[in-house]
Write a protein that binds this ligand. Sequence first.
Ligand code: GLN
Length: 371
Amino acid sequence: MGTTIFTIMSALATEYEAINLSQGFPDFMPDEKLIDLVHQKMLAGNNQYPPMRGCSELLMVLAEKIKNVYELEVDPLQEITITSGGCEAIYTAITTLVHPGDEVIILEPAYDLYRPAVLLNKGVPVVHQLQGPDFARDWSAIRALITDRTRLIIINTPHNPIGKIFGPDDLLALQQIVAETGIYVLSDEVYEHITFGARHESVLRYPDLYRNSFACYSFGKTFHATGWRIGYCVAPPHLTAEFRKAHQYTVFTVFKPAQLAIAEYMADPSTYLQLPEFFEKKKNQLEQGMTKSRYRALDSQGSYFQLYDYSEISNALDTEFVKTMTIEHGVAAIPLSVFYTDPPADQKLIRLCFGKKEETLTSALERLIAI
Ligand code: GLN
């Protein structure tokens, strides 16, 4: 396994004191109220192991949210597990399902955790490649990839790094494939609350699909606290029971004060329902500013990422171009090609994170426009 691109680019940004629009994390604080709540929970004595599955206070609030937002009734104690971030949820779901030799369908570009996690579990990644600028998926081609060794398909909506979202047609096509073949679904939905325009289509909205699914979420992305490492996985009881067997021997439990604080904080749905408006302003600031540059924006429908085409500026490979951007122009970005096993030769695309303070985006824009 290599080193993740996020570590590489953030280190380069620090070394050259560049503005870091590479790794996806906010440079602003979480709500002070949430921070106060964590402190209060510690002072109130919540400092020893919580239950392995997660604190029931938080599981209850999540079940309520899932009912309100996705119209699905889940049993909080049997279908939700609190994890050490979205990454642990995804890794544990893969470990739960994949036996040596099992095939796993991945739609590339793909978040850089999926493939290594499949390989570490001795599974075999099978790729369906998507190409810009529209990154259209072909569900009949995906159906044709399924063999009697296929165990799992991994989907991601809103999508990191391309910023696209799935529509109802995608979910219905997938539901049909699952009904025909019985494969499992891992749905990475960590940007569930960050969509622009259309609503987020969760696997939780499709009860027949949910029966075979693990859906993974992140409080770090939702509450601007990626360093707290806290997320959760929702799956039907028989799948959650298996998931917890792997979870209990990896992290066992997750930081209790944050679980209790988040439970109290998110009882007010506005804490997450205002996110589209909050992030759309940032997206618009970057996108409108960039019209004055030689970069060309691709449409971002969700997540806090947007792809930009730099072919008017350089012919270099994206992995080289992001180094030049960081070292010579002072803005760090992520190259798209690293999210492919075999990157398409002619794509000149970088990913920028707009989940940053207004002044950070303003300074970054000055530099990007000058290139
Ligand atoms: N999810 C974040 C991103 O896509 C980074 C997470 C990480 O650094 N592993 O940028």
